[in-house]
Design a protein around this ligand. Structure first.
Ligand SMILES: O=C(O)CCC(=O)C(=O)O
Length: 287
């Protein structure tokens, strides 16, 4: 039982064992190890601890947050990155042109990070052959009190791909305890077609005109599937790889520590890549 009050998009998710569990961890240091590959196939995700240099991750967090000016973070501490409560005046919407995240994903600092050989190697080990990095790489940034989070979805709804040709690496850019609103996964959902049988009209949604997200109500999703949401306290240096068919979402941020993360995607070399994902990310691109 977690001693936290959890919600996603403002809807509460009971922190009981019925609704919430912990993500499995492997001690493997590389996805080339059989144990790691087996876990990825079995669970639909692979959580790896301390796989990226923690200081390099914090350097990236700092470089991004500095773009907002010193008053944005508590005590001027960009590496920790707690929200001061002060947002710069005239800030465009997150990731829209003119917002720091929009510039940052086009910067050498960011591209050097996402092009680290360790990420490519991990993807190659999981997909079992050469891969190409998908260019569109979102930078996520959630702040306490927004009651905004990623809705339950599978990646395949957003990017055309064959299930076995594609992998996402979700990388927290800083420590991200459960209450900071990291990524959560619906246990075993990569092996379950039951969602297809649920009539779309019965699904609660705060986006009736957008067929891509499944729902914003994680408790409902858990009730209807009988499955739990799996959480963890992510730390700078961790990453989680996931399959394009596992249902995932995120929790609302309820911590001063801002949740900043990126999702780096790889596709098997030679497989067709969705053309919409071959441009740099811009939050207004509609994809
Ligand atoms: O970081 C998020 O909130 C969403 C990320 C996501 O859905 C993904 O990496 O596939």
């Amino acid at each position: 039982m977690l001693h936290a009050s959890l919600s996603s998009n403002g809807i509460s998710l009971p922190a009981s064992e019925r609704y919430v569990g912990y993500l499995a961890e492997v001690s493997a240091r590389s996805a080339a190890e059989d144990l790691a590959k087996r876990q990825f196939v079995q669970n639909g995700y692979l959580l790896m601890r301390d796989i990226v240099d923690r200081e390099a991750v914090l350097d990236l967090r700092e470089a991004y947050l500095r773009m907002f000016g010193a008053s944005f973070v508590k005590n001027g501490d960009f590496r920790r990155g707690e929200f001061s409560g002060l947002t710069p005046e005239g800030l465009p919407k997150h990731g829209f042109p003119g917002h720091p995240a929009h510039d940052f994903v086009r910067s050498k600092t960011f591209l050097d990070f996402v092009d680290l050989p360790a990420f490519r190697k991990l993807a190659e080990d999981l997909l079992g052959g050469p891969v190409v990095r998908v260019r569109r790489t979102p930078l996520r940034h959630f702040i306490k009190g927004q009651k905004a989070a990623s809705r339950a979805h599978i990646d395949r709804t957003y990017i055309d791909s064959s299930k076995d040709d594609f992998v996402t690496l979700w990388i927290p850019l800083g420590d991200c305890p459960v209450e900071a609103g990291g990524l959560v996964y619906l246990e075993g959902s990569h092996q379950d077609d039951s969602m297809a049988a649920i009539k779309k009209e019965t699904v609660p949604t705060d986006r009736p005109n957008d067929p891509r997200p499944i729902t914003h109500d994680l408790k409902w999703m858990s009730d209807v599937t009988g499955k739990r949401w799996l959480v963890t306290n992510y730390r700078a240096g961790d990453l989680i790889a996931h399959s394009p068919v596992i249902v995932h979402a995120s929790l609302d941020s309820a911590s001063d520590l801002m949740r900043i993360s990126t999702d780096v995607r790889f596709i098997r070399a030679g497989a067709a890549c969705d053309p919409r994902w071959q441009q740099d990310w811009s939050a207004d691109d509609g994809y």
